[in-house]
Design a binder for this molecule. Sequence first.
Ligand code: S3P
Length: 191
Amino acid sequence: MKNKKAERARPVRAVFLVGFMGAGKTSVGQALGSHLGWPFEDLDDRVQRREGRSIEQIFRESGEAAFRHAEHAALREILSELGTSCRIIALGGGAFVQANNADLLKKSRIPTVFLDGPVEELFERCQRQQLERPLRSDIDEFRRLYRARYPHYQAASLRIDTGGKGVESVAAEVVAALGLGPAKSPGKNKS
Ligand code: S3P
């Protein structure tokens, strides 16, 4: 018989960060990784490496469906490598919206953390970053996509509001919420 208490008490060894474009998944993931001493990986980087093409090229040359296929394969690969190793993984903004990815992650029982924030702030962050994002267009379309995806993100194990917060303090909240150890908090110098 399965011991539910023991299952819940399983130590967290990996964390998946999910959320819309501009949510800070990569920067928070890097901060978390360096805080915990765990390797950080971006799913989009894995996709690009496996495909030998940039995300923008995959969309342009092969379309979104091909990108989603490659993204799913990359996620499977990461999950198959995890074992008991520790890792922080940032997913691309559409990955957790795909039922096949969400199902895989649910079965893995690895915590998924939804980094949320006001859509205008996410849009501004994307504009500042000036990264190639094939699915980022004007604010109306951005907002429409955000709203359509929102219910999917809510299926994550944890939601953290990033609105108006810095990367380090969001990372500290994730650490505290998942019980991963004392978080370094900017401005606070506790001994
Ligand atoms: C996408 C977000 C991107 C990247 C791809 C598709 C999306 O990742 O995976 O351009 O569907 O929202 P970021 O969320 O890191 O920008």
